[in-house]
Design a protein around this ligand. Structure first.
Ligand code: FES
Length: 87
């Protein structure tokens, strides 16, 4: 079993109704596919959260505590490449 502290990275996807409806409904699967494809699934904890009161900036996805605002799910792989230093 993997302890939470074993994950060097964390991605938190806002699943509040505004972010969910504006794109995050598909973001979790895109993130999971991205991590699997690159062998990073055991290095990143992916969780969802309730509304963070930043709906106007959404859809919101946070990477290691930094909020990525107005995330277009189709650009998530590129955003994650940048975050992981793969681009
Ligand atoms: S629904 Fe995501 S910040 Fe409100």
């Amino acid at each position: 079993m993997t302890a939470v502290s074993d994950f060097p990275h964390e991605i938190v996807v806002c699943m509040g109704s505004a972010c969910f409806a504006r794109g995050n409904v598909g973001s979790v699967q895109i993130i999971r596919n991205y991590l699997e494809d690159r062998g990073l699934a055991d290095k990143v904890k992916v969780t969802g959260t309730l509304c963070q009161d930043s709906c106007k900036e959404g859809p919101n996805v946070c990477f290691d505590g930094t909020c990525l605002c107005k995330v277009d799910p189709s650009t998530l792989p590129d955003l994650l490449d940048e975050r992981f230093g793969l681009k």
